[in-house]
Design a protein around this ligand. Structure first.
Ligand SMILES: [Zn+2]
Length: 215
């Protein structure tokens, strides 16, 4: 079944429903539940792959996940500029997975529009515990209030850092000084500059991003 699916991988071009139809192959594979489960698992991780988002002007503005990118394409908000070498199958179609999408209408991006969220703080800190310097998967990191909330520490860009559970437990309700811990760097708001740097960092993995990020 794997070989069957590979056939449509060479298809190149913009995403259209017709093109997706043309790429259909082996979607309704009757080959037992084991391979089906494998397929679903592969599909789940594929849907989390990063996709570069360009403004209508081709300016890189964000990184999103395949799942969200495909929703934007289906809504007609964005189109694929570069395609991934993989596809996902729905009941009746195979859809080529985008690697880079572009918004069809220009969107004004305010300089500091990044929402204060767990995801963005982990992104800013590059999934690195700011106390021990260890790099962890998101599931093994928590957010630490540098100045504890019990001491009036706020939930802000400047007071929240990525922290592994071990350091977080060790620190408890103390300041870093009291706990004998040192911050890797002073936490700052997520600026467009940080965001570009991160896009480049992620983009190093994907040749298809290069021409939009390195100029
Ligand atoms: Zn740590």
């Amino acid at each position: 079944m794997g070989a069957n699916r590979q056939k449509s991988v060479d298809f190149r071009g913009r995403y259209t429903p017709e093109a997706a139809d043309a790429a259909v192959s082996g979607a309704e594979d009757p080959a037992g539940s084991r391979s089906h489960n494998l397929l679903l698992r592969r599909r789940a991780s594929l849907m989390q792959e990063p996709v570069l988002v360009l403004n209508a002007t081709y300016e890189p503005i964000n990184v999103t996940a395949v799942r969200r990118a495909m929703v934007l394409m289906l809504k007609g908000v964005a189109q694929a500029e570069e395609l991934h070498n993989s596809e996902v199958h729905s009941a009746s179609h195979a859809h080529r997975v985008p690697s880079v999408i572009r918004l069809l209408a220009y969107r004004h991006i305010p300089q500091q529009s990044r929402a204060l969220s767990r995801k963005n703080i982990l992104l800013r800190d590059r999934n690195t515990c700011q106390f021990c310097g260890g790099v962890f998967p998101s599931s093994e990191l928590t957010l630490d209030h540098v100045v504890p909330r019990s001491r009036g520490g706020r939930s802000s860009w400047e007071n929240l850092v990525a922290c592994c559970y071990r350091c977080n437990n060790g620190k408890g309700d103390r300041t870093p000084e009291e706990a004998g811990l040192k911050l890797a760097r002073r936490p700052r708001p997520f600026t467009l500059h940080t965001s570009r740097q991160l896009m480049r960092l992620i983009g190093h993995r994907d040749e298809r991003w290069r021409k939009y990020l390195f100029y």
